[in-house]
Write a protein that binds this ligand. Structure first.
Ligand SMILES: *Cc1c(COP(=O)(O)O)cnc(C)c1O
Length: 378
């Protein structure tokens, strides 16, 4: 049982779609799938702009999102309050960009006012792009992307977004918020196995593409967009993952955007209520808690690493650990994608029983599950 923030569980409809025989990618049958997928991806992204698919993990999608629109020596402003924010700083530096960082402690959100100040001070318009992780999975924190994007729009730089654990788990209205490049990956909110990177590209980003000189070939997004206009792909796509994407997007459409977001919010709130009821401290505050993952701190009696180990050995359930300096100090519960009340009730019951057996028992037996159940009942 996968209760980690990716890879996430895959529904049977999606698994069965993948089990079909592979078909040629230059066929009418494949083009029909590509067309359907493109249309539904635009729906999910709430955009009229291009949404492209590449064979890569989320990091590949982000790399593509950076190298297509920038040139070596360009200044970028990157937010970092966790592992993934750090990663985009590294990717940017690897490609010779000049990176200014705005940081916050892991567990705290980035402060939009810091972006505003840096952008307003840049009267020469040297900052070419701002890079922000919407849902910082490593700490279970959602950054205020809408506010930051507003400042970026006023300045004129490109807004490049890691939406890997927010797309499909929270509303990411690409056009309304003015997001230029938005990256996500199939193994998170899409209810699919790993393997596809998804990138939306605004008209403003395409204009930047024209003068961007960083080297690119496989990830040259113009090739993907030219082909997508004809319901084709530039290279051999992972055909069976397209079957899966078509099936998962159809499931999402049937559920509806508002229901999907409400379900994720409910699962997050139930998880947090349960952890509080069993005296497990939460890393992030309520108002910034990610709908994708909840980071929980270990205590003197209930060690985070032991909880993860026992969850695996006693319940065959995977929880995620902490990364970098939070390694050993926290565990993370994923609740995004193909997840429902049953999963959160099972996970919180398992964690409660482990925590109790470790001697942290100053709560009424069943208090955690009961708190989760109450939230789930609404
Ligand atoms: C999972 C994840 C990624 C992508 O990681 P990959 O292993 O490359 O798929 C990027 N950003 C965030 C916030 C994530 O949670």
């Amino acid at each position: 049982m996968l209760m980690i923030p990716g890879p996430t569980p895959v529904p049977e409809q999606v698994l069965l779609a993948m089990a079909k025989h592979t078909i040629g990618h230059r066929t009418a049958a494949f083009s029909a799938i590509a067309k359907d997928v493109t249309e539904n991806l635009k729906w999910l992204h709430q955009t009229k702009s291009d949404v492209l698919v590449v064979a890569a993990s989320g990091t590949g999608a982000m790399e593509a999102g950076i190298i297509n629109f920038l040139s070596a020596g360009d200044r970028v402003l990157a937010g970092s309050n966790g592992k993934f924010g750090d990663r985009w700083v590294k990717v940017s530096r690897a490609f010779g960009l000049e990176v200014d960082e705005i940081t916050a402690d892991w567990g705290k959100p980035l402060d939009p006012a810091e972006f505003k100040a840096k952008l307003e001070a840049d009267s020469g318009k040297e900052i070419k792009a701002v890079i922000v992780t919407h849902s910082e999975t490593s700490a279970g924190v959602t950054n205020d992307l809408q506010t930051i994007a507003g400042y970026v729009k006023a300045h004129g730089a490109l807004m490049i977004v890691d939406a890997v654990t927010s797309m499909g788990a929270a509303s990411v209205p690409v056009d309304d918020w003015g997001l230029d490049v938005v990256c996500s990956g199939s193994q998170k909110g899409y209810m699919m196995p790993p393997g596809l990177g998804i990138i939306s590209v605004s008209d403003k980003a395409w204009t930047a593409y024209e003068s961007a000189t960083l080297p690119k070939f496989y990830f040259d997004l113009k090739a993907y967009s030219k082909n997508a206009a004809k319901d084709l792909t530039p290279f051999t796509p992972p055909v069976n993952l397209y079957f899966a994407l078509q099936a998962s997007l159809q499931m999402m459409r049937k559920e509806g955007l508002e229901s999907i977001f409400a379900r994720h919010t409910r699962l997050r709130d139930a998880t947090r209520a349960a952890m509080r009821a069993i005296n497990m401290p939460l890393l992030a505050a309520d108002d910034v808690a990610s709908t994708a993952a909840t980071a929980v701190m270990g205590t003197d009696k209930a060690d985070a690493v032991q909880i993860i180990k026992q969850c695996q050995s006693r319940f065959d359930m995977s929880l995620a650990g902490g990364q970098d300096h939070l390694k050993g100090k926290i565990f993370r519960i994923g609740h995004l994608g193909f997840m429902d009340d049953r999963d959160v009730l099972t996970a919180t019951a398992a964690i409660e029983s482990i925590v109790r057996s470790m001697g942290q028992d100053s709560f009424t037996p069943g208090a955690g599950v009961s708190a989760a159940a109450q939230v789930l009942m609404g």
